[in-house]
Design a protein around this ligand. Structure first.
Ligand SMILES: Nc1ncnc2c1ncn2[C@@H]1O[C@H](COP(=O)(O)OP(=O)(O)OP(=O)(O)O)[C@@H](O)[C@H]1O
Length: 480
């Protein structure tokens, strides 16, 4: 059993009366810690209450579930130990998992309906494009349809919002899918929302099931998810969020953020102001970069930030490998992560590290797939692939084979932390990467730079995947 230590401001959030509470706080300030402590606190308040904790990723869900199962609250929180031992009253689920389960309970799809898996979806969409050709990249069409559904926009409404061709293909996709008795991932959200919003009795039954709803990382909820949670919460609704870590806008995430205050005008908004994760230097630089004012914890060490600039991508990758060997020699039991924007970066850096005896656990996202990104010219793509081959040339020095690092996309790294973090390819325009809007790119970089506990290494090359590049302007904020 592990006691959860809480500061005064964390304690205030955890023990706020069960009503509508929004904890708005920066990275490393203990939001996830508060989610865990709040679940246990609510569990202890009544022997009948049931608590639903929702998060976005399976990793986050298993982490919260693990923490809830081994945690006891700080002795400053008055709880009944007998009550908190009944963990069956806390359900920790992903938002998608919850919607899937609810869809099944509500019987929103008929018995023979089949889920259209991601891989099949593209093939299915191609068939629809034979009925009505649209001269756009298939990925763009797929994203558009997905986003419409996440925003609860019907095909009829899409005609007022999108170019006619895109609205038409959305309409055809929906029609053909229904005819073939198929449904996709987003249908689960849309159908659950429609069923609950049109049948108040059903929504009421669900509301009786959980007396308290807690949502972690609420800044990445899309409209469909937000509306569903709104329909099933019963007046005790605790959310934690950081608007500066909103990195799923490209999938319509974060849209409902501004709705919260309007929908819940009497909610309590509680801040957390101290970062417990990172060194002073990291907290101060990320503050400067994002214009935030988060305090480092009192005993935070000064720490260091290193900037590496190399002439070529290959030299950069080798320098990163050497740095990792150096770090793990000094701190053999500490964790190291290389955080990237794209699957291609993960695929290209892993073999270089391996040549140096560094093994990688790769954690990439299907939405940043390593297939050719839509706006990459064929010539550039071939060059990028040839980089992969060239990297098999013998390196200068080998590691001892015992070093392990995590290579993760930044999207998969949210909510996580490591002792040492390397961010490669911090350039103004990364080739082979479909860049998001400036503000979103900034938030993505912010998420990456706020993951390390001790060392942050920011790296760039003047040539990436065969293309001339400039080190990003972002780097200036991290120089001493
Ligand atoms: N009161 C505290 N005392 C000591 N350590 C703490 C305290 N609160 C949080 N921490 C530690 O600080 C780190 C960050 O906490 P947590 O992951 O809960 O932050 P977060 O706000 O969810 O971060 P992010 O938004 O960046 O994911 C963790 O290692 C956690 O154990």
């Amino acid at each position: 059993m592990e006691e959860i230590q809480l500061t005064d401001e964390q304690l205030r959030a955890v023990t706020a009366p069960p009503s509508i509470v929004q904890v708005v706080a920066g990275p490393g300030t203990g939001k996830t810690r508060c989610v865990t402590a709040r679940a246990i606190y609510l569990l202890s308040m009544s022997k009948h209450s049931r608590i639903l904790v929702l998060s976005h990723t399976r990793k986050a869900v298993s982490e919260i579930a693990k923490r809830v199962s081994v945690a006891i609250p700080s002795n400053r929180v008055n709880v009944s130990y007998r009550r908190i031992s009944d963990l069956s009253r806390v359900k920790v689920m992903t938002l998608h998992g919850f919607c899937m389960k609810t869809a099944r309970i509500l019987g929103v799809f008929n018995k023979n309906a089949r889920l259209l898996k991601d891989k099949e979806k593209k093939e299915f969409l191609k068939k629809c494009l034979e009925i009505h050709p649209v001269f756009q990249e298939i990925d763009t069409i797929e994203d558009t349809i997905e986003n419409c559904k996440n925003l609860l926009i019907t095909p009829e409404e899409a005609y007022c919002l999108l170019p006619e061709d895109l609205a038409k293909i959305y309409e055809i996709y929906e029609r053909e899918k229904e005819e073939e008795n198929l449904f996709d991932f987003e249908d689960m959200l849309v159908s659950v929302y429609r069923k609950l919003s049109s049948n108040h009795k059903l929504a009421d039954t669900l509301r009786q099931q959980f007396q308290h709803v807690i949502v972690d990382e609420a800044h990445d909820m899309n409209k469909a998810q937000y509306e569903i949670v709104r329909l099933i919460q019963n007046g005790s609704f605790f959310t934690v969020l950081d608007p500066n870590q909103r990195i799923y806008a490209f999938r319509a995430g974060g849209g409902p953020l501004h709705r919260f205050e309007r929908d819940y005008p009497y909610s309590s908004r509680l801040p957390l102001t101290v970062n417990f994760r990172s060194t002073r230097k990291i907290v101060n630089s990320t503050n400067k970069f994002m214009g935030t004012n988060i305090k480092p914890r009192e005993d935070a060490p000064e720490g260091k930030i290193e900037i590496l600039i190399q002439t070529t991508w290959e030299k950069q990758a080798k320098e990163i490998a050497r740095k990792i060997i150096e770090i793990t020699k000094d701190y053999p039991n500490e964790t190291v992560a290389v955080l990237v924007r794209t699957n291609l970066q993960a695929a290209t850096i892993a073999p270089v590290l391996e040549d140096y005896g560094i093994k990688s656990n790769i954690n990439v996202e299907k939405h940043t797939a390593a297939h050719k990104p839509p706006d990459t010219p064929k010539r550039l793509w071939e060059k990028a692939l040839s980089v992969l081959k060239k990297l098999s040339s013998p390196p200068e020095s080998k590691g001892n084979g015992k070093i392990r690092v995590t290579i993760s996309t930044i999207h998969k790294a949210k909510g996580r932390e490591w002792d040492h973090v390397v961010i490669p390819d911090v350039v103004d325009k990364l080739p082979c990467c479909k860049q998001e809007r400036e503000e979103e790119e900034k938030r993505i970089f912010y998420v990456a730079t706020t993951r390390p506990r001790k060392t942050l290494i920011i790296s760039a090359a003047e040539e990436c995947y065969g293309q001339d590049t400039n080190p990003s302007r972002y780097i200036e904020y991290f120089r001493s």
